[in-house]
Design a protein around this ligand. Structure first.
Ligand code: NAP
Length: 416
């Protein structure tokens, strides 16, 4: 991989994050690549960098500092390189390991494939991680939104999302339908489109492993495998079975299954162990509403995770504040979960909360938890004080509307 880039300027100060002995090694002055993003990316990235810099300064008194390095994707890359996703952007993320990203435009119906999906696939970022918690004061549609505090690990590379599908009437779909009908004596209608749903041992194990390691490291009480295995036995059912198998072999001394909990332990969790349980996806959607605080870490195949993470975020007041990350073996790309909201671009009005909280996840990933807590406290107090951007102001009684940059300034002054 090149050590020099065509358009990316490598900062003179700062050091690379590296992997040593199977672990991330974080210097005190890491160089972090940043994709600003299209549309409102420009507004929220500016605000986020200010908040993160202030939190790190406050938490470590100048001993630690992030050295940001601009890398390019989307509209600004098109201008510089003539392509929306230049190769050196991938190279930079591979080399520098931890990166922050604003939203990128995906044109509907043609043009190019989603840049976000491309980034995940090329960098093999197989776990989409979405923490969902409640911030006091945010208007929410349920009576007890504060009971929600889950982290969803959604498989990112397989399932019907793998993009293996053929259009109704195409030559390819005819070949596939003829083959299936003849070989397996099926009766698939000739006017069907066909999609394929691969779920592998490899994909399942690495995702569930990540979820369990996270739960153990962060002192969470349970990991729930969410699947529709009663109907899709050899894909979603297998996801559940392989998940349990992994848990009870690789983590045997640290986990107890829900079944063992009652058959062997009288319903009492043995000291130092976490529970591994599973729920059928439709039941999970009910349970997360009715028995919210019984769930902590959820591991799901791609499609279930997509629906579930938005439903959970809505339960605590919407997507404006939902953070996310796409993580591989070591590479972590931390990003806002919303899009580029073009009508608000460059107007300094949009809520930067989602990207700021994604940056918080990034700090935790780097084990800079003190700085992450400061940002969370700053956001919590700012929302409690009801000085918020338009999206929250229109839903909160007696709130004062502030700009994106003022919201960031308030978060900084409320950090403790
Ligand atoms: P969007 O950009 O997420 O915006 C939809 C609406 O959500 C906005 O009009 C606004 O609602 C609200 N919203 C979004 N972000 C907000 C924020 N930070 N603060 C407050 N409100 C916020 O979705 P879209 O219009 O469907 O997509 C626009 C482009 O973004 C598309 O090209 C799409 O492909 C892309 N996209 C990218 C990503 C990504 O990069 N990860 C993800 C999703 C979509 P109100 O108008 O009601 O205030």
């Amino acid at each position: 991989m090149p050590t020099k880039f065509k358009h990316i300027v490598i900062p003179k100060e700062g050091e690379k994050i590296t992997v040593k002995g199977g672990k991330l090694h974080i210097p005190d002055n890491p160089i972090i690549p940043v994709i600003e993003g299209d549309g409102i990316g420009r507004d929220i990235m500016k605000a986020t960098r200010r908040v993160v810099d202030a939190a790190v300064e406050k938490a470590y008194g100048g001993k630690r500092r992030i050295i940001w390095m601009d890398i390019y994707a989307g509209e600004n890359a098109e201008k510089l390189y003539g392509t929306v996703m230049p190769k050196e952007t991938f190279d930079a993320i591979k080399q520098y390991i931890v990166a922050l990203k604003g939203p990128l435009t995906t044109p509907v119906g043609g043009g190019f494939r989603s840049l976000n999906v491309t980034l995940r696939q090329v960098l093999n970022l197989y776990a989409c991680v979405r923490p969902v918690r409640y911030f006091q004061g945010v208007p929410a549609p349920v009576t007890h939104p504060e009971k929600m505090n889950v982290v969803i690990f959604r498989e990112n590379t397989e399932d019907v999302y793998a993009g293996i599908e053929w259009e109704k009437g195409s030559k390819e779909v005819k070949t596939v339908i003829d083959f299936l009908n003849k070989k397996f004596k099926l009766k698939i209608r000739s006017d069907s489109g066909i999609g394929v749903k691969p779920i592998s041992v490899t994909g399942t194990k690495r995702l569930v492993r990540k979820a369990i390691i996270y739960a153990l490291a962060k002192g969470r009480k349970s990991v729930t495998l969410v699947h529709k295995g009663n109907i899709m036995k050899y894909t979603e059912g297998a996801f559940r079975d392989w998940g349990y198998k992994l848990a009870t072999t690789e983590f045997r001394d640290k986990v107890v299954t829900e079944e063992e909990l009652f058959s062997k332990h009288n319903g009492q969790v043995p000291d130092g162990k976490i529970i591994i349980k599973d729920r059928i996806a439709d039941s999970m959607f009910q349970q997360i509403l009715t028995r919210t605080d019984e769930y902590e870490v959820l591991a799901t195949p791609n499609l279930n995770g997509d629906y579930l993470s938005d439903a959970c975020a809505a339960q605590v007041g919407g997507l404006g504040m939902a953070p996310g990350a796409n993580i591989g073996d070591f590479i972590g790309l931390f990003e806002a979960t919303h899009g580029t909201a073009p009508k608000y671009a460059d107007k300094d009005v949009i809520n930067p909360g989602s990207l700021i909280l994604s940056a918080c996840m990034m700090l935790e990933y780097m084990s800079w938890d003190e700085a992450a807590r400061m940002i969370e406290n700053g956001i919590e107090t700012t929302i409690k004080n009801k000085t918020v951007t338009y999206d929250l102001e229109r839903l909160m009684e007696g709130a004062t509307k502030v700009s994106t940059s003022q919201f960031a300034t308030n978060i900084i002054s409320n950090m403790r």
